[in-house]
Design a protein around this ligand. Sequence first.
Ligand code: KIV
Length: 261
Amino acid sequence: MKKIRVLHKIFSKPISCLATYSPSIANILDGKIDLILVGDSLGSTLYGMKNTQGVTMEMMKNHGAAVNKEIKKSLKVLDMPYKTYDNKIDAYKNAKILLNHCKADLLKIEISERKLVILKHLADKKINVISHIGVTPQSYKNFNQIKVLGKTNKEKQNLLKLAKESENLGAKAVLLECITADTAKLITENISIPTIGIGASIYCDGQVLVFDDLINLSTNDKKPKFVKNFFNFNKIASNVVRKYNREVKLKKFPGTKFTYN
Ligand code: KIV
């Protein structure tokens, strides 16, 4: 089996990664998948925001610390929230706050050509950075406007350039979001750090999904094409809640077994 290295850890290829914001879920995931990401998708997934632009340092610190406490084996990744790495001084200051508070192994930042200087600055300061390219959700107020990238030759070449520059400037991995399969293949074949894809085909060195999507926890009916529900928790949980409601109404619960005498 092919192996791949991320920081000091060697994984069998492809790498598996899930995003979660909850310590109890992190406890389930730890050691069963390679990387656990506390993503800023928590803004929309957990806090009901329209996008990720309202996610704050406090939210990432709180969820990051709670989740990371549960992780003993998997690598810990944390997103830097919107507008916290707009210039070198803020980026370094906020990166240190997040790392000290959450003890993450890597930080993920959304990269455009303009942001490469920030990536370099953090990498030069020995901070382990994942470069998130392709669709970068922090740039969108309205997620309905998100479109797959890499369809035109120009987009493909721009993404390849961004991935190569990310590697040259010290990124430890590149996360590819919502790009065409042939663009993902081109990038993966032309850089030596791992590519981790979400909506970026099988031609990546790893895959990431949001845990809530994996088990169909969210109530959002409009799911992107790349989301696969491996389990319908929503349906099972709804049945359980109906059962609880029935037992309460019938005074069957709590009953003697769950009552102190
Ligand atoms: O915020 C997030 O959860 C993410 C991924 C799903 C890649 O960035």
